[in-house]
Design a protein. Sequence first.
Lengths: 384, 260
Amino acid sequence: MVMAEPSSDGRFGEFGGRFVPESLVAACEELEAAFRTAWSDPVFVAEFHRVLKDYGGRPSPVTEAAQLSKKLGLRLLLKREDLNHTGSHKINNVVGQALLAARMGKTKLVAETGAGQHGVATATAAAMMGMECKVYMGAVDVERQALNVFRMQLLGAEVVPVESGSRTLKDAVNEAMRHWVAVVEDTHYCLGSVMGPHPYPWMVREFHRVIGDEAREQCAALLDGGVPDVVTACVGGGSNAAGLFSGFADSDAELVGVEPAGGAAVTRGVPGVVHGMLSYLMQDEDGQVLEAQSISAGLDYPGVGPEHAHLAKTGRATYETVTDAEVIDAFGLLSRTEGIIPALESAHALAWVVRDERLRGKTVLLNLSGRGDKDVNQMMDILK
Amino acid sequence: MSRSLEAALRTKRAAGQKLLVPYLTGGFDGWADCVRAAVANGADAIEIGVPFSDPVMDGPVIQEASWKALDRGATPQSVLDEAADLDVEVPLAVMTYYNLAFRAGHQRFAAGLIRAGITGCILPDLPYIESAPWRLAAVAEGVEPVQLAAPTTPDHRLTELCAASRGFVYSVGLMGVTGGRAALAESAKVTAARCMAVTDTPVLVGVGISTPDRAAEVVQASDGVVVGTSMVAKMMAEGPEGVGELVAEYRAAIDTSSVN
Ligand SMILES: Cc1ncc(COP(=O)(O)O)c(C=O)c1O
């Protein structure tokens, strides 16, 4: 079955696993057991959906992008994760993990963040749950995402700039893991995407499955019980894509992930092991991990979640890349034609839809994973 | 010729000696002379760090040394080439991260170690539960895959991993990454004692051994120590002479302690 539970050793096909220091293996096992129990407990699941509804604003609508559809010669449906509380899909995952952490008796959350979106979401969930929160963020990102740093601080979180390595997202993950080893007893590591050691890729996908489940129903209502021809989302670590894809994996819909050309782990990477998982990874011939380069800090990651590696390898999903220039155009296009300013991450998926001639005449569902408020400063500099 | 790490450590243990294994970052400017100084001052084996871009088990000091080594162009092969020229009388092990072995291919990586005269291999991000394919390939090439035991390792797994470990058992001193701690964690002695109770393989404590006094304390419950951060700090600050003096201090501290 496509997008089912991974094997007992955390594998999606040949990918995944639990490549963490021995000190963390027990914590991963404890987390897996806790998630397994919680996710089959109707009380936990009901509480999760209640918080997403009353606090997060779910369900998010599906919007017909009528003007842009006409312009592109296709039917474009937007899954509006940008309308969630904190402005992106990230809230689904952090609400799930914060509730689970509380259930496990943990009182603190630690997270990594790139653009700051996952950090803001984690800080938000921590504030809501009355938990302490520490967020590791590459020093380079602290500089270029000053607004999100301040947001996290407003929410009561401590932001720790990471000065090691390339001082971006991958180093923030390393630092969060280093910290977690020392504090596992009272602290939950709230990982921000479908990556890391088992059970994170599976658990994070399950918390985002709500995107795909809602969209499947919403599309059925719009499409006479049918599914879109193509279902697409941007891919950094791959959580918004995994959430959306999981609702359509068993259908005829074509699944397409879109990576930035400078951070294309699926398209250009080779199998490797970092951050606890075996997956596609941008690395040199010795196995040293390369730095990603993307206009969007949220996609600036040299790896990808192991389930995407498996979906790519088996051919159930395909992966495309777009350039920064194409993304800038798509960002402006959606803003002008639909009155929706997308996150730069989400604009990647749109850039591919705009470019690919093969899509004309088709129905395309696109995950609008976040809103662009956080990116307007950066775009102002670029477009001036 | 490669000298078997485990055979050498067992021989010294049988002679009543506590074991001292300094860690030094390969590829750092002047590292080979630091290794020679460590051996001249009583190291029983040397752990050579092969720098990796994402050293998740290492604290700031070893990270800095790795980063500087990478910056001056160190690669896994250049470190192994320099190691092959060390010409020291004690066995050698590498400590690095799994992706370097995975990328090279298990067999090819293991064969490269043997060619460089290195028999021990420690991969701290490859836990026992994921280690079977690597251990199989390593042992076939004559490499001794050292397994790590942690304070949180449950009993059943501790027994299994101690049985599977070759070279020595690396008993992780505390829940955390490499780097000095003011006090010796209670967990260091507890974990070591748990390992000692289930294996005859030498048990060395590493991570968190920051002073000769700590080392002297911990060898009461173990066969020896791996000393990383304080060695690397010395290497960066003072070079071979400083490393030699520090090794001599550790040597004296654990020898005195084992006589008592
Ligand atoms: C709006 C938005 N979309 C997508 C991503 C990328 O993450 P993922 O690939 O896990 O969905 C981010 C990450 O910061 C984001 O903020």
